[in-house]
Each structure stands twice: as structure tokens, then as C-alpha cells.
Design a protein around this ligand. Structure first.
Ligand code: ADP
Ligand code: MG
Length: 734
């Protein structure tokens, strides 16, 4: 479809838009009744399972006890009956391969009965484990093709649900995906493993503080999802959006986001309909969406559910992205989840709000009301400080992707330097404790751990520091470097693992210092905090993370700054990472190596595809448009010559300035495209790291060069000759 067609179709679609179906009316269908109706939830299980089976399953879900395999048949049969009553015809194990998407293969419930008919069948084995030809999923060399089988294993902690498609309903079972030798091939497995490590170490600290709980300690995640919604017609008119999910060309519009009139503004009618329907679908799936609002950039929005147990919240986030993509189509919109769809306009992120605790103890990052609670809180806090300082590079690596390189550190998202925002009061408390013993004579009264309560901390700090990648926000941390399209599982797994490591360290240290005498506990905590602050306080930074000063200061403090994906991904196989992940059985050396390999390959493939698109679009769309304009200008000049001749004005020459400008731009463009093609093709690399380096250093800058010339041409060319929908149209027609 050509640009002008896309343009008129989009305008047509918007002006004649009617909500379809009729506007959602929650008076008829109450959200409280709809909520979770498509989930094989605790309530459904309680109703439908024999009591002993239900109890046993709850034990597995809540406490991670091994599920008695003999019960699986009973659960499967109840699940099947429930699903079929609700109209399901198929079931699938949903898994999360390292592509970042989710994968599923549908199987019918029907089986031949041997006499020409069919029966429905769904056994415990079919529920618990599925076999999958894994050869088409990236394995980073873990599986050679002759051992192409992988299997999926039911994740009991994330409930099964029904996905409604226009053509039928499918029972979806969240699973982990492993090779037959037990090697993790997915994103869920390490997350589940890291939860176990976290629980084990956090429980030690709780024991030291005589804090009793019957439930395991888990990690929580609250994920804020940003995205763009633009008219779908524009996507068909732009191969870059269609294939790469971002624009590779496009001149800056006259108006961008500088008016700051979009954030929290009124939502356009069509967008609101789309988001209401998205929410309805999410309610059905038991996803507790709560807030929605306009974001900073034009046509950018955010929705956020209430936080849940990390594993579940992350599955829900994957589902939410799927639902957003599907529902937006029904409203004639496309949901762009890419981190940087438009140059010069803010990109999209995914904030991960992280805490640890459980329903009984609440958030262990919550200071609490008593000196005793405060002391335990401080242990968890300094554990986080130590973890971030020691393993910031690993956390940074989880936000590494070609798409996210366009926004990290670009004054719209935190820099790639991992630091922690604590707020002045907390930072001051820790500093007091740190200097307590040594310089006790300072004028200021020093805080005494276990005796004093913390000064009242702002529960929701008004001075929200948005420039910090890892900010303490009263009872949780907010990690802000993740990209909008990225699954949060790797980040959550790293946070769990570095917390497990630091809590392990803290528990061991406290056990030694107290020698089993609770009377020595406060002094021991004091010492622990001093030691950790002495060694790791360099990671705390309360200032402006966007500033150049901070970049220099961070370097002085020895904090790494991995600006690009290939650099950041090296962290996966550092000796520190291998040791850390190995100690807590989260990922083995082989698994880490494989992950690194896959992510580097993905980086290379992304840039290669985009570079090919740039070449193709420049040659077949941009350059021809320029030629047409050149011919038009040349025609004018010729006409002017003819007129001058006709009127016998030998001294008058036509003005060829614009023609010359277009001509030289076109020549430069052709040259730049040839140059890009040459560097793209002349690559011989010993390994994928070298290849990635080549793309970053040679290919990306040449893509930008082509783009700059093309964008310049766009600003000169008449609108009716320019075939690509413009930024102005895509961002402001809504
Ligand atoms: P903001 O935009 O101000 O950061 P939002 O309301 O958009 O706030 O999102 C905050 C997110 O943090 C929500 O998902 C919320 O449920 C989540 N959250 C709140 N408390 C916790 C907690 N203790 N642990 C994890 N996430 C939390
Ligand atoms: Mg928010």
C-alpha cells in the first residue's frame, strides 16, 4: 500500500470510527463477576477437586512441595471438564523460549474411541508433561539437532487459563521448557530456581530475628507496561514498522512532545475503547490491571496491574502484551511494543517494581513501625545494596537488546550505569551507622540499630527520582531500565539470586557475630551494616542520573557503564556470574554460555534485518520519490529556459538551487546506501561476538547516515510525492 493510500485509509478509519461491538457496558457484566472467569483458579479448584487433592495441590502451590503424581490424573480430569464446559476444544502447554515470545502447540481433547467415534481425553501425564520438538527454538548450541527433543513441565504456581479466539477456546497450561537432560531452554526455569534460593536464604534472616511465618518467602513483581497505539493503516504503508516494529526513516514532525501536553491527558475515544476492551479481556484472565494513562510521547500509553508473585506477574505480563496486540487490531489500531518506534520521541519501557516477602510478613523492604522491624529491614536493604554493587553488570545484562540500546541513557531512560536511589533520609541513616563507631564524636546524634526507629520515610516519595535505574520507593525497588517488549523473567531471576547471595552472606555473618546469643543481635546488625556500607556504598546515588557529571563520577567510583548490548552481554559468562548462578543452582556455566550466545545472535539478526530494510526501503521507496521530485524540478527549469528563450531574455537563468540540492542529496544517499551494503556484506567473523561488534561499530552508524539523508530529503519533497506516512500523521492522527 502506498503512503498516500495508507494516509487516506487511516483518516477514513478514524473519522468513521464506531466502537465495535457496542461500547462496553460494565453495568450488565460486572467486573467482579467477570474477573478470573477464564482461570482455573483457587476457587474453581476448591469447588471441583476432592478435598484431599485440593489440599495437596495447595501445598505444592504455596510451599513448593513435590506434587504427588497420582493426583495429576484427578486434577487433569477436573480441568478438562471445566474447560470443555466453557467451550474449549484444545489444550496447549504454553512455554517461554529464549526468543522472548511465548510458544504453544495446540492439541485437541478428542481421541478416537476405536469404533469410529471419539472420546475426550486429558490425562495427568498430558497435564504435567509435554514433549516438544525443540529444534526450531534457539538453544545456543545446547541441543544438537539429533537430540532435538525438549519437554515442557507444568508450572503449578501459575494457574491454567482459557484463551478465547474468534475461532475457538484453548486451555493454556503455563510450563517450564527443558531438554531431556534437564538443561533449561526457557526463561521460566531459572526464575523458579531463583525463587527457591531466595526463600532458603531469606528464611535464615527471618529466623535470626525470630520472625515466624508458615509461608515461604517469595519475590513480587509489579510491572508497568508502556506502548504506542497508532492507526493500523500506517503500518501497512511502512515496511519498517511492519517488519522491524520501529521506523527506520522519518523526519522530525513540526510538533513533537515538547509541549508536554500528552502525559496524563485525555485519551482519544478510540484508544479508550481499545484499552477498556483490553482490560475486560485481562479481567477474564485474572490479571489485576489497575491504572491506565497517557504517557509522555504522543500516542504513547501505559497500563499497570497490581503486583503479584513474580512468576505469575511475569506470565501475566506476557499475556498482557498478547492481549494488547490482539485487541488493538479489533479497533483498527496497532500496538507497538518496541522500545523506540520513533526517533526523537520518548521510547517505551517496562518498570519492574520488586519486593520480597509473603502474605504474612508483607514486604521485607518495608521499614515497619518498631526498632526491631527496622533492624531487619536494614539487613534486607544493605543486602540489596551489596547485591547491586557486586552484580550490577548482571542486572544491566537483563536489559540488553538491540531495541533497548536506543533508549537506555538517552535522557528518557536511566543510563546503563547501575546505581541505587535511596532518598536522602535513608542514605543519611546508613551513613550515620557507617560512621557511628569510628567518628562517634560528630555533633549529630547517631542512630542506634535495634533501639531507634527510622525517621519517618516518605511512603510515596514526592521527589521520585526518575533518572535512577534502581530506585527505592518506600517498600520496594523500581527497576527502570527494562525495555517495553522485554520479558521481565531474567531481571526477576537476577534480583532473586543476588538477594539470595547477599542474604546468605548476611545470615552467615550475623550467625557468627551473635554466636547464638540474641542479646548480641543489634550490635551484630550494626557491624554488618558498617561493613557492607564501607565496601559497597559507592553504588548509592541520589542525584541526576542523566547528567554528564554522573557519568564521570560513576567512572571514578568504578561503576561499570556498558552502553551497548554486546558489551553488556559479556556479563553472562564472567567468572562472578558463573560462580553466583552456580552456587544457587539457577543456571549452570553451559546454560549461561548458551543464553549469551542466543542473545548475541538475536542482536546480530535484529540489526542485520534492519540494515536490509534500510537498504531496500532507501532504494525502492525513498530514492525513487526523490527522483520523481528531481524530474519535476528539472521540468520546471527546462520550462523556464524555454520561456526565457521565447521571451528573448538571454541574461535570465532559471533558479536551479533546489534542483541541485535534491540532486546532490540523492547522490549522497545512493553512495551511503552502497556503503551500508558493502559493510553489511563484507563480514568475516571468527565468532558471533565479533559479528555483533561489527554491526555496532560499522553497520549501525551507516544506517543512521542513510536515514539522515533520507529524512532531509523528506523535508524538501512535496507531500504528495512522499510515499511513507509521516511522523506527524502516525503520531497525531488518532
Ligand atoms: P508509578 O507510575 O508511580 O511508579 P504505578 O501505580 O504506575 O506507580 O505502578 C506501581 C506498581 O508497583 C504497581 O504495579 C503496583 O502494584 C506495584 N507495587 C506496589 N507495591 C509493591 C510491592 N510491595 N512490591 C512490588 N510491587 C509493588
Ligand atoms: Mg507508572
Amino acid at each position: 500500500m502506498s503512503g498516500s493510500n495508507a494516509r487516506s485509509n487511516a483518516i477514513q478509519a478514524i473519522t468513521s470510527y464506531k466502537s465495535e461491538p457496542a461500547p462496553l457496558n460494565f453495568a450488565g457484566a460486572r467486573p467482579t463477576e467477570i474477573y478470573g472467569c477464564n482461570v482455573f483458579s483457587d476457587k474453581v479448584m476448591k469447588e471441583r477437586l476432592p478435598r484431599v487433592v485440593y489440599r495437596s495441590l495447595r501445598e505444592t502451590i504455596e510451599r513448593g512441595r513435590h506434587l504427588d503424581p497420582s493426583l495429576a490424573d484427578i486434577v487433569a480430569s477436573a480441568m478438562k471438564d471445566w474447560a470443555i464446559e466453557k467451550g474449549a476444544t484444545h489444550f496447549t502447554h504454553v512455554f517461554y523460549p529464549l526468543t522472548g515470545l511465548s510458544a504453544e502447540k495446540h492439541d485437541s481433547f478428542l481421541s478416537p474411541d476405536g469404533s469410529g467415534g471419539v472420546i475426550t481425553e486429558f490425562s495427568g501425564k498430558m497435564l504435567s508433561q509435554g514433549e516438544s520438538d525443540a529444534s526450531s527454538f534457539p538453544s545456543g548450541g545446547l541441543r544438537s539437532t539429533f537430540e532435538a527433543r525438549g519437554y515442557t513441565a507444568w508450572d503449578v504456581t501459575s494457574p491454567a487459563y482459557l484463551m478465547e479466539y474468534t475461532s475457538g477456546i484453548v486451555l493454556c497450561i503455563p510450563t517450564a521448557f527443558l531438554s531431556w537432560t534437564g538443561v533449561a531452554l526457557d526463561r521460566k526455569t531459572p526464575l523458579l530456581r531463583s525463587n527457591q534460593a531466595l526463600n532458603r536464604q531469606a528464611s535464615r534472616i527471618l529466623r535470626l530475628f525470630d520472625k515466624k511465618t508458615d509461608l515461604p518467602i517469595v519475590s513480587f513483581a509489579g510491572l508497568e507496561q508502556e506502548f504506542f497505539l497508532i492507526d493500523r493503516n500506517f503500518v501497512f504503508g511502512r515496511p519498517d514498522l511492519l517488519i522491524a516494529g520501529r521506523t527506520l526513516f522519518g523526519a522530525k514532525p513540526a510538533k513533537g512532545q515538547e509541549f508536554e501536553d500528552q502525559y496524563y491527558g485525555v485519551m482519544p475515544r478510540r484508544v479508550l475503547s481499545c484499552l477498556s476492551e483490553t482490560e475486560l479481556e485481562l479481567y477474564k484472565l485474572g490479571i489485576p490491571v489497575r491504572t491506565r494513562h497517557n504517557e509522555v510521547a504522543p500516542s504513547q500509553y501505559e497500563i499497570a496491574p497490581v503486583f503479584e508473585a513474580g512468576n505469575l506477574a511475569i506470565d501475566h505480563n506476557q499475556l498482557m502484551m498478547t492481549v494488547l496486540r490482539n485487541v488493538s487490531k479489533r479497533h483498527g489500531l496497532t500496538c507497538l511494543l518496541h522500545e523506540k518506534p520513533f526517533l526523537g520521541i520518548n521510547g517505551s519501557g517496562k518498570h519492574l517494581n520488586y519486593s520480597i516477602g509473603n502474605a504474612e510478613v508483607g514486604s521485607l523492604f518495608d521499614p515497619g513501625d518498631t526498632p526491631h522491624e527496622n533492624a531487619m529491614f536494614l539487613v534486607f536493604l544493605v543486602a540489596a545494596i551489596r547485591g547491586l554493587h557486586k552484580y550490577g553488570g548482571l542486572l544491566r545484562a537483563t536489559a540488553a537488546a538491540a531495541s533497548n540500546d536506543h533508549r537506555l541513557g538517552a535522557n528518557e531512560a536511566p543510563p546503563a550505569i547501575m546505581s541505587m536511589f535511596l532518598g536522602d533520609q535513608l542514605a543519611d541513616v546508613l551513613e550515620q551507622i557507617r560512621i557511628g563507631k569510628v567518628h562517634g564524636s560528630r555533633g549529630k546524634r547517631l542512630m542506634n540499630v535495634g533501639v531507634d526507629t527510622l525517621p519517618p520515610l516518605p511512603a510515596d516519595p514526592g521527589d521520585r527520582n526518575r533518572t535512577s535505574p534502581f530506585a527505592f520507593t518506600g517498600n520496594r525497588f523500581e527497576f527502570r531500565a527494562l525495555g517495553s517488549s522485554m520479558p521481565a523473567s531474567a531481571t526477576q531471576a537476577v534480583l532473586n539470586t543476588i538477594m539470595a547471595d547477599s542474604l546468605d552472606f548476611a545470615a552467615t555473618r550475623l550467625e557468627r557475630l551473635t554466636e547464638g546469643d540474641p542479646g548480641k543481635r543489634n550490635a551484630a546488625v550494626h557491624t554488618l551494616i558498617q561493613e557492607i556500607m564501607e565496601e559497597h556504598s559507592a553504588v548509592i546515588f541520589n542525584g541526576d542520573g542523566y547528567s554528564e557529571v554522573w557519568h564521570q563520577e560513576a567512572e571514578r567510583r568504578g561503576l561499570p557503564n556498558y552502553r551497548t548490548t554486546p558489551e553488556a552481554l559479556m556479563a553472562y559468562t564472567s567468572p562472578d556470574a558463573i560462580d553466583l548462578y552456580g552456587r544457587y543452582n539457577v543456571l549452570s556455566r553451559t546454560e549461561l554460555k548458551a543464553r549469551q550466545e542466543i542473545y548475541i545472535e538475536q542482536y546480530c539478526k535484529t540489526i542485520r534485518t534492519e540494515a536490509n530494510l534500510v537498504i531496500r526501503m532507501a532504494r525502492t521507496i525513498v530514492y525513487p520519490a526523490g527522483l520523481r521530485y528531481q524530474r519535476e524540478l528539472a521540468g520546471v527549469c527546462l520550462d523556464m529556459c524555454a520561456i526565457n528563450k521565447e521571451l528573448n531574455r538571454p541574461d535570465r537563468q532559471p533558479d536551479t538551487a533546489l534542483l541541485d540540492q535534491v540532486e546532490s542529496l540523492l547522490a549522497a544517499l545512493r553512495h551511503a546506501v552502497d556503503g551500508l551494503e558493502a559493510v553489511l556484506e563484507n563480514g568475516e567473523y571468527a565468532n558471533s561476538v565479533q559479528e555483533a561488534h561489527h554491526y555496532r561499530v560499522e553497520v549501525l552508524p551507516r544506517m543512521e547516515e542513510v536515514r539522515a539523508l533520507a529524512d532531509n530529503l523528506e523535508t524538501l519533497t512535496p507531500e504528495d510525492l512522499w510515499p511513507l506516512p509521516s511522523y506527524q500523521e502516525m503520531l497525531f492522527i488518532k
